[in-house]
Design a protein around this ligand. Structure first.
Ligand SMILES: [Zn+2]
Length: 139
């Protein structure tokens, strides 16, 4: 998260708890973000299943080059972890962070739900930073 709001551990926990509950209520966002978050693993899993690099069927006579095999497995895992991490971070910023910012705003620290820009108050119509329309608390 990009926010640098001074908060106690307890307040932070509460904010994330409420953000989680808020996100669980939004089934569409939850389903979409979960899907995007695990997409790399799905793709890698499918690729493994389809190409089956450990299969003995293709060339049973050729001895396995252990170094090449380990490099392939290690490189593949590192690549998968890197891509999976990027997708996860993107999902958190794109879908989860707005819920967190909304809860922080509700605690009395007005903040744009989209970019985290601190606002003078929640009566501001548009975020001066990203021009997102701001919903006031009592709507
Ligand atoms: Zn903004």
């Amino acid at each position: 998260m990009h926010e640098h709001v001074p908060m106690s551990m307890r307040a932070k926990f509460l904010v994330h708890w409420r953000a989680n509950v808020g996100m669980l209520r939004e089934k569409k966002i939850l389903a979409l973000s979960s899907f995007i978050a695990i997409l790399p693993s799905l793709v890698f899993g499918l690729a493994l299943w389809y190409f089956d690099p450990l299969s003995q069927r293709r060339s049973p006579a050729t001895p396995i080059n252990l170094t090449a095999l380990l490099a392939l497995i290690g490189g593949g895992m590192a690549f998968w972890l890197a891509v999976q991490h990027l997708f996860f971070v993107y999902t958190m910023n794109r879908y989860y962070a707005p819920f967190v910012r909304r809860e922080i705003a509700l605690l009395g620290m007005p903040m744009c739900p989209e970019c985290g820009h601190l606002l003078a108050n929640m009566q501001v119509r548009r975020c001066p930073e990203c021009a997102t329309q701001i919903q006031s608390n009592n709507s």
